[in-house]
Write a protein that binds this ligand. Structure first.
Ligand code: GRF
Length: 198
């Protein structure tokens, strides 16, 4: 049985698109993108989901987490992918989904990660430090921001004259959009294997 996946988004949704495209190519055989949840009703990611025929839900404040949990239960979700989800999930929420939530972070963890490192800030920090290589990481989500076990990483070169925007785009193209579908399949497959040994 394929694991039903919910993708949590807040913005443009290019990582969601990478997941949808990978699913279309048959690259996530153990999972099925069954629901897209946004905490932002204006997120373009919602349009991408609708275009692909995927169910959507908007779960905004107040009681965001309660609404998310209800949507996950209603749609019988088995695994969560955070793809540009710009809210921090509480310890209580995360502890209900051990090794069932994954996140994409646009740096090579443990560099430039943790509280306050999100969006363009991550790339600004890498450029300010002067590192020559950055990248992206997909990891399990636990109670420590960006602190869960690493699933996969990919390095990306920094070039002279890079701006945070240029670097962000290169990290997405060369790492994030490749890694996230791959990690989603790794986790969906491990859930299937766990089930078959019970
Ligand atoms: C990505 O860089 C992701 O790593 C970060 O937020 C950005 C989201 O982009 N967490 P998108 O909404 O998937 O286009």
């Amino acid at each position: 049985m394929r694991t039903r996946i919910a993708v949590l988004v807040s913005g443009g949704g290019t990582n969601l698109q990478a997941l949808i495209d990978a699913q279309g190519r048959g690259e996530i055989p153990d999972g099925e993108i069954a629901l897209v949840i946004s905490n932002n009703p204006k997120a373009y990611a919602l349009e991408r989901a609708k275009r692909a025929g995927i169910k959507t839900a908007v779960c905004a404040k107040p009681d965001m987490e309660k609404k998310i949990l209800e949507a996950l239960a209603f749609h019988d979700i088995g695994m969560i992918v955070l793809a540009g989800f710009m809210a921090i999930l509480s310890k209580d929420f995360v502890s209900r989904w051990p090794e069932r939530i994954i996140n994409i972070h646009p740096s090579l963890i443990p560099s430039f990660c943790g509280e306050g490192f999100y969006g363009l800030r991550v790339h600004e920090a890498a450029l300010n430090y002067g590192v020559k290589v950055t990248g992206a990481t997909v990891h399990y989500v636990n109670e420590i921001p960006d602190g869960g076990r690493i699933i996969c990483q990919k390095a990306v070169e920094i070039r002279d004259g890079d701006t945070p925007e240029v670097l962000q785009r290169r990290v997405m193209e060369q790492a994030e959009w490749i890694l996230l579908p791959r990690a989603a399949e790794i986790v969906a497959k491990s859930i299937r294997m766990e089930r078959s040994t019970c």
